[in-house]
Design a protein around this ligand. Structure first.
Ligand code: SF4
Length: 262
């Protein structure tokens, strides 16, 4: 496989992937040589370059893999670097983290949510013009996301995940938002993949906890502090002060809640 970016030639972030049969063992669905052109509107460095994990499913096989889907909807990403961008959210059921303050406890039991095939989910997402798919939960890393990511990529999506980092991430994810939880610590394997670390702040003591996790992510990982919604009036001023003194951090707000969208 050969990756060429036109940024190399100074003309913008267009990526050419040239995959030749027999040259890419990780893409078992490649049966003949092909050339794919992928045009992005962001510099490629924004996305994981190590993203292509083992994918042993053909697209036909991926079609039939199913997931417990709590809800899915088209909206704007409200948090982190991609704030304000159109995105299709896919909330999968199942969580083993058990945060006492969790506001989506109904997501915990995967068995109460309807199963949808990867193909059904992808087709619903692809009916919209946006090409970011955010896989969230629950704890979406409890699921093998290979099939879903395969099909979403086939429709031109960038695949994003919002995870606590407490389980290994399986699937070709382009953007990892890791929000650590005190009830089940993130594993180093997930911290290594994080593109943005988002620490929700409830109390002044959370800044120390945030720094402990910042020390474990890669040097290019973006660092965000986000006020817990119910504490936003008291905590946001603390975060502003902290970022002014520690400018490696940035403020993330739950903007979707301020503008009353999902
Ligand atoms: S990880 Fe998320 S879904 Fe799971 S208990 Fe914590 S807040 Fe709730």
């Amino acid at each position: 496989m050969v990756w060429l970016s036109t940024t190399t030639f100074g003309i913008g972030p267009i990526l050419f992937e040239i995959a030749l049969a027999g040259h890419c063992e990780e893409r078992s669905n490649l049966t003949s040589g092909r050339i794919r052109f992928l045009v992005t509107d962001k510099p490629l460095t924004l996305y994981n370059q190590q993203q292509i994990q083992k994918q042993k499913l053909t697209n036909t096989e991926s079609n039939t893999v199913s997931y417990p889907v709590m809800e899915h909807f088209y909206t704007l990403q409200g948090e982190g670097l991609h704030t304000g961008r159109a995105a299709y959210f896919i909330r999968l059921g199942g969580c083993d983290v058990g945060c006492v303050w969790c506001d989506v406890k109904e997501s915990w039991d995967a068995s109460i949510h309807p199963q949808m095939t990867a193909n059904e989910i992808t087709q619903l997402a692809a009916a919209n013009p946006g090409r970011i798919a955010v896989i969230t939960g629950g704890e979406p890393a409890l699921h093998d996301l290979t099939a879903l990511c395969n099909l979403l990529h086939g429709e031109g999506f960038k695949t994003h995940i919002e995870t606590s980092g407490s389980s290994p991430i399986v699937g070709a994810i382009d953007w990892v938002t890791l929000s650590p939880k005190k009830f089940k610590a993130p594993i180093q394997e997930a911290l290594d993949l994080a593109n943005e670390l988002k620490v929700v702040v409830y109390h002044h003591s959370d800044f120390k906890w945030a720094e402990e996790h910042a020390a474990k992510v890669g040097k290019d990982c973006l660092l965000y502090l986000q006020p817990e919604w119910s504490k936003r009036d008291s905590v946001t001023p603390l975060i502003i002060d902290y970022i002014q003194q520690h400018p490696q951090w940035q403020l993330s707000l739950q903007t979707h809640k301020y503008i009353n969208i999902p």
